[in-house]
Design a protein around this ligand. Structure first.
Ligand SMILES: *[C@@H]1O[C@H](CO)[C@@H](O)[C@H](O)[C@H]1NC(C)=O
Ligand SMILES: *[C@@H]1O[C@H](CO)[C@@H](O)[C@H](O)[C@H]1NC(C)=O
Ligand SMILES: *[C@@H]1O[C@H](CO)[C@@H](O)[C@H](O)[C@H]1NC(C)=O
Ligand SMILES: *[C@@H]1O[C@H](CO)[C@@H](O)[C@H](O)[C@H]1NC(C)=O
Ligand SMILES: *[C@@H]1O[C@H](CO)[C@@H](O)[C@H](O)[C@H]1NC(C)=O
Ligand SMILES: *[C@@H]1O[C@H](CO)[C@@H](O)[C@H](O)[C@H]1NC(C)=O
Ligand SMILES: *[C@@H]1O[C@H](CO)[C@@H](O)[C@H](O)[C@H]1NC(C)=O
Ligand SMILES: *[C@@H]1O[C@H](CO)[C@@H](O)[C@H](O)[C@H]1NC(C)=O
Ligand SMILES: *[C@@H]1O[C@H](CO)[C@@H](O)[C@H](O)[C@H]1NC(C)=O
Ligand SMILES: *[C@@H]1O[C@H](CO)[C@@H](O)[C@H](O)[C@H]1NC(C)=O
Ligand SMILES: *[C@@H]1O[C@H](CO)[C@@H](O)[C@H](O)[C@H]1NC(C)=O
Ligand SMILES: *[C@@H]1O[C@H](CO)[C@@H](O)[C@H](O)[C@H]1NC(C)=O
Length: 495
């Protein structure tokens, strides 16, 4: 009893007593044995009754229960390709389009603040309140989209949240507990995936509320996976473009309030992405920065997996680019990714997962060898990396003009000329390598060795590749100016 009733004062004095002496002068020869004494004795085998929290527990309940827009769809729902005829075709367009592309401008003339001394340069509006910021002058927040740009961006985000809600539940519904166990995932892992699905119902509600009555509803989907590994692989890809799609536009939103709430939901999506990587036995985050991509990229990746949407579903204004296929896409199910066969993916859509049904003696899934194992884990080292700078990467790409997306009602398009470069988008960087064309719609390049900062190879993680007709210089905040130059768009499994 006494051992469980540890009071704060006792804790503090215990901490003070254990405060470490000045430590070793450097980071070598780690030996912290003098800093603490490991507890002895056997672990607990009896788990109760617990001590009661004295006079600290009251009966309480949530004052309100704000409704979610959707139910938690957790059974098998209708899925599969669309086979009808679209009733409408093409992205939403404005009545007037002012130019074929955005022209570059010099820096904003008012963006001149520089503070070499690190002191306050302007009168402070209130104590402890440095001058500046947006939405800091007392105006009441308005959590509603505030431009066509905002509307289309959040509507795209909502299409994404809806597929995630369906997708996570769908994998749980169609695969058996034993299927999950074979992929190294336990009942606790399944509950975790189910929890992530429920998170999506909250995200979908939030985004719907910020859009208003035209917010798109949930649609019907067509998934590419056949196994639990492929389900997890597809999830880590889908959440990668879901997350990166938001990083690409969030700081361009007119409504800072919407950006505020959106960032608080995308932080959760980022955790989902990392968790799915861990379930696939990939390094959880082999990068220092998560990248942002334009909305039309996120829509290009997402649309092929939406088969149909209900009548009157609000349509999107974003572009669908032709698909860029990575012929030798490294297969994360192989202990030797170098041995990946051409087109070793389960289908020909842009983000189809890698084939998990390779021969058992080539697979890393059930290995228990450090450096080679790729079962679920907090982190794995890969002795043979998925990919590496200098690797020849072969591509094929689709012609534009293909029907994709809900009810096959969007059409892939490009305004680019003949592709001449491969654009690698990851972390904070856009790197171009020359494309060598080998056929009408095929070619190759070599993976670049560029780094973000010394020690951080730029190309890693689940990342983005495009064919372009020019190598214009762009940075994270003006990356969308690449769109008129994009001939085809793909995903690259670099690590
Ligand atoms: C766009 O054109 C349609 C059809 O001509 C018209 O009904 C609509 O009001 C126009 N919208 C705007 C914003 O001008
Ligand atoms: C307060 O700041 C907002 C931008 O955040 C601006 O639109 C508005 O004009 C400002 N209001 C006043 C009274 O300065
Ligand atoms: C898409 O197809 C479905 C199924 O045929 C149909 O119910 C729905 O109305 C269509 N949606 C649109 C936007 O045309
Ligand atoms: C779709 O919109 C039309 C026109 O506003 C309306 O008549 C129809 O009832 C709507 N259909 C659905 C399923 O909401
Ligand atoms: C993996 O191998 C280690 C060392 O041989 C062993 O302790 C561990 O139990 C094995 N784990 C599994 C899941 O087989
Ligand atoms: C894991 O990889 C790191 C970095 O490449 C290396 O320093 C470390 O020794 C590796 N650990 C194991 C257990 O292979
Ligand atoms: C994979 O291929 C590259 C390029 O040929 C080679 O340098 C590397 O050693 C190979 N990896 C292994 C583990 O053999
Ligand atoms: C990606 O990061 C992992 C983990 O640090 C590393 O093992 C791998 O070599 C990296 N890949 C590239 C292409 O740098
Ligand atoms: C790329 O394709 C060429 C031609 O088909 C082939 O010779 C080469 O081995 C391929 N490279 C890789 C890394 O698969
Ligand atoms: C490229 O296209 C042309 C015209 O369609 C065709 O004649 C030719 O055989 C194609 N070449 C290759 C390598 O596929
Ligand atoms: C990558 O991004 C960093 C940070 O913006 C920049 O300093 C660096 O020059 C970029 N590297 C390349 C090769 O573009
Ligand atoms: C994008 O921004 C960079 C500065 O970060 C600038 O140098 C470049 O010219 C811009 N590109 C275009 C096409 O405006």
């Amino acid at each position: 009893m006494f051992s469980k009733t540890v009071y704060a004062s006792a804790l503090l004095s215990a901490l003070a007593a254990a405060a470490p002496a000045p430590q070793v002068p450097g980071y070598s020869n780690g030996d912290a044995s003098g800093l603490s004494t490991p507890p002895t004795g056997a672990p607990a085998t009896v788990f109760g009754p617990d001590s009661q929290v004295p006079e600290k527990a009251i009966a309480t309940s949530a004052p309100t229960l704000p409704p979610r827009r959707s139910s938690i769809l957790d059974g098998p729902t209708s899925h599969g390709p669309f086979s009808g005829t679209p009733t409408t075709t093409g992205a939403v367009t404005a009545n007037t389009t002012l130019a074929q592309m955005i022209a570059p401008l010099p820096p904003n003339p008012t963006a001149t603040y520089y503070n070499a001394q690190g002191v306050l340069l302007n009168p402070a509006p209130a104590p402890y309140t440095p001058n500046g910021g947006l939405g800091t002058n007392g105006t009441e927040p308005r959590y509603l989209v505030n431009s066509d740009f905002d509307f289309e961006s959040i509507a795209l985000g909502l299409y994404q949240e809806w597929i995630e809600l369906d997708l996570f539940n769908n994998g749980l519904a169609i695969f058996s507990d034993d299927d999950f166990l074979e992929a190294g995932l336990t009942a606790e892992d399944r509950s975790y995936i189910a929890f992530m699905a429920v998170q999506e119902s909250g995200h979908a509600t939030l985004l719907s509320n910020m859009l208003g009555e035209a917010a798109p509803p949930q649609c019907t989907y067509d998934y590419p996976f056949r196994t639990v590994r492929e389900f997890i692989d597809f999830n880590q890809k889908l959440t990668r473009w879901g997350e990166s799609g938001v990083w690409g536009f969030i700081n361009h939103l007119d409504s800072r309030e919407v950006g505020q709430l959106l960032s608080q939901s995308i932080a959760t999506e980022a955790r989902q992405q990392m968790s799915f990587r861990q379930m696939l036995g990939l390094h959880p985050m082999p990068v220092w920065f998560e990248t942002g991509i334009p909305q039309s990229w996120a829509w290009t990746y997402l649309a092929p997996y939406i088969s149909s949407c209900p009548e009157n579903t609000t349509r999107l204004a974003w572009q669908n680019f032709p698909v860029l296929h990575v012929v030798n896409q490294p297969n994360p199910n192989r202990f030797s990714p170098n041995d990946t066969k051409p087109n070793e993916v389960v289908g020909n859509r842009v983000a189809d997962p890698s084939d998990s049904l390779i021969p058992a003696d080539e697979s890393c899934v059930n290995l228990n060898v450090t450096g080679y194992a790729c079962g679920p884990a907090i982190a794995h080292n890969r002795s043979e990396p998925l990919s590496f700078p200098g690797k020849q990467v072969n591509f094929t790409w689709d012609a534009p003009g293909q029907a994709v997306g809900p009810n096959n009602s969007y059409v892939t398009s490009t305004s680019a000329g003949t592709p001449a470069f491969v654009a690698w988008v990851s972390q904070l960087n856009l790197t171009y390598t020359p494309l060598t064309i080998t056929g009408n719609n095929s070619g190759f390049t070599y993976q670049p060795a560029s780094v973000v900062y010394q020690g951080d190879p730029a190309a890693n993680d689940t990342m983005f590749v495009a064919l372009t007709d020019a190598d214009i210089f762009l940075t994270p905040f003006n990356l969308s100016m690449i769109n008129p130059h994009v001939a085809a768009l793909g995903l690259y499994q670099a690590g």
